[in-house]
Design a protein around this ligand. Structure first.
Ligand code: MN
Length: 574
């Protein structure tokens, strides 16, 4: 097939123009020139390359930059980096070149992106250790992971051109790592799309079945939504609200999971959609206006008393704000209603990047995204944490629901659901956790392992004599508490081992054995112990007896003979 290069050149320019259009509002002086330069460098260095689909490769970086601008709301630096994100890895351009052309910040982000793809894309499956490296890189600059998410989203959107085994690998990786990350960063639209696209490749039959059922039932659903909305629209208009009200279908992936996990049929799912009301109102009236709308709706439809969720007074830690209620709609059907403002809606769809433009206070930032990144850095700093354990802990913290609890002074803390009084103690401070002897929850005495619940007020009781115990590991669920306890136990073991070393030295002396490094190591091997620390520890708790040392001395004098004795005792006795 003849390729029309002229037409392609025009198309590349068109796509570039669309990109500039998408980020125009946010650009400052000089930004456009820098983006133009990045575009030209990217076009030049990818010029001979094509994607699997046969399209010019440059379509991909432009698309990734477009996602960054339009769907994540990132600024000029990120757009420049997105345009260049595959250059260092796939072309002759070096990191030094990038640094010279665009400065150290852009170079650092590109470096991060190149490292991430080195650990993920080339391994046959994601390994825990790689995952850890990804997080490390990401904790340095959040834009690295946001651009990586945009990159992954575009690759998922164009996955049809890949071979079957590659599709499976990329799709399951996306489900395993990228969708949860998007969720944690509050990028709901991207998270849902990543999940739906992954499902399409990991279980195409299951996916198609839901898609066609959703299509079949759509007219009926539309009618119902109209019937539900109409009377409310009238009243809200009368009250002078500027708003949008519409039905939002549940994602295919979440319907799929509900069918699978709850054993229900498609027809039995009552919340296939939610009604969303997005009001346009100034920042200082957000909360009261949302509650006014709530009041109007529940005057009209009766709410279920146990299904009110106020994420406005207490936003989720990924930044999500919204007021949810479930009401009895027409035809006796329960309907979920989500009430929020334009700002909250944008935040819920685009996540933190969108949030930044509303210039929240520094304290709030620390509470949300920064706090989360700080926790990741802390987890990563523990150098001997078992990578696999770390991954489990991390995923738990990524997925679990949250509870909100209070200190005696009324400060609020966010913890994963299932957290215990001991988790809470470690969340406040390592020292408080280590010396914790119990807690008072709502003024009642409870044990360390007590599972705390949203709204609890918790006072931690401490004693200077208290130290972490082995069974504490089973009392906590947060990664932070677990690693702090493990560290403390290890320290304790080291101290005990010091004493054990002296005890062993005396025992060696009695057996006329020199206390040399060689002898200690050989004795370890003889007892099948992993290291000398373990041996000293055993000595300290009285688990090394004189007979073992005697046997060892015999073995040392003539290992051959002992071996023979063990293997052929019968022949010798004949
Ligand atoms: Mn890429």
């Amino acid at each position: 097939m003849q390729i029309d290069l002229e037409a392609e050149r025009k198309e590349i320019l068109n796509r570039y123009k669309a990109l500039i259009q998408a980020c125009k509002r946010r650009l400052e002086k000089g930004d456009k020139e820098m983006i133009r330069k990045a575009f030209e460098v990217a076009v030049e260095s990818h010029k001979e390359m094509r994607r699997k689909s046969g399209e010019p490769y440059i379509y991909h970086p432009i698309a990734v930059a477009h996602i960054c601008a339009e769907e994540i709301g990132l600024g000029a630096t990120a757009i420049v980096c997105a345009l260049l994100h595959d250059t260092v890895e796939d072309t002759d351009l070096t990191l030094e070149d990038i640094k010279g052309l665009f400065g150290p910040k852009v170079a650092a982000i590109i470096d991060g992106l190149t490292k991430i793809s080195g650990v993920i894309d080339q391994s046959s499956s994601i390994q825990a250790e790689n995952f850890r490296k990804v997080l490390l890189t990401m904790a340095e600059d959040i834009r690295v992971i946001l651009i990586k998410l945009a990159d992954r989203l575009h690759n998922m959107r164009t996955l049809e051109h890949m071979k079957r085994d590659k599709q499976m690998k990329i799709a399951s990786e996306t489900l395993y790592l990228y969708a949860p990350l998007a969720h944690r960063l509050g990028l709901n639209a991207i998270k849902s799309e990543l999940e739906d696209l992954s499902l399409k490749y990991t279980d195409d039959k299951g996916f198609e079945e839901i898609v066609s059922k959703l299509e079949e039932t759509e007219p009926e659903r539309k009618k119902f939504i109209q019937k539900f909305i109409e009377p409310l629209q009238e009243i809200l208009k009368e009250q002078g609200f500027k708003f949008k009200m519409f039905g939002r279908p549940k994602s295919i992936f979440s319907i799929y999971n509900k069918i699978k996990n709850k054993g229900v049929t498609f027809e039995e799912i009552y919340d296939l959609f939610a009604i969303r009301i997005v009001i346009d109102t100034p920042l200082d009236q957000e909360k009261s206006d949302c509650w006014k709308v709530y009041s109007i709706i529940t005057d009209f439809y009766h709410p279920s008393p146990d299904r009110l969720r106020d994420w406005i007074s207490t936003p989720k830690s990924n930044g999500y704000e919204s007021l949810h209620t479930t009401v009895m709609g027409p035809e006796g059907k329960w309907v979920e209603v989500q009430i929020r403002t334009v700002r909250m809606d944008e935040l819920a769809e685009k996540g933190y990047a969108a949030h930044w433009k509303y210039k929240e206070s520094a304290a709030e930032k620390e509470n949300n995204l920064e706090g989360w990144l700080r926790k990741i850095r802390e987890m990563l700093e523990n150098p001997d944490a078992n990578a696999l354990e770390f991954l489990d802990d991390f995923k738990l913290n990524l997925f679990s629901d949250e509870i909100f609890v209070f200190t005696p002074k009324g400060d609020m803390k966010t913890l994963p659901s299932g957290a215990t009084a001991l988790d809470f103690a470690f969340d406040i401070h390592t020292k408080i956790g280590e010396h914790c002897i119990g807690a008072k929850v709502n003024h009642k005495l409870v044990p360390l392992s007590y599972e705390i619940k949203s709204g609890d007020q918790i006072e931690i009781l401490t004693s200077n004599k208290q130290t972490p115990k082995e069974d504490w590991i089973g009392y906590v669920i947060t990664a932070r508490a677990k690693s702090k306890i493990k560290n403390a136990l290890k320290e304790q073991r080291k101290k005990v081992a010091e004493e054990g070393k002296e005890i062993l030295e005396k025992k060696f002396y009695k057996a006329k054995l020199d206390f040399t490094l060689q002898n200690v190591n050989d004795f370890c091997k003889f007892l099948h112990l992993p290291n000398s620390l373990e041996l000293f520890y055993r000595a300290a708790v009285g688990n090394v007896d004189a007979k073992e040392i005697k046997d060892f001395v015999k073995h040392k004098e003539d290992p051959e003979k002992q071996l023979q004795e063990k293997q052929i005792p019968k022949k010798l006795s004949n």
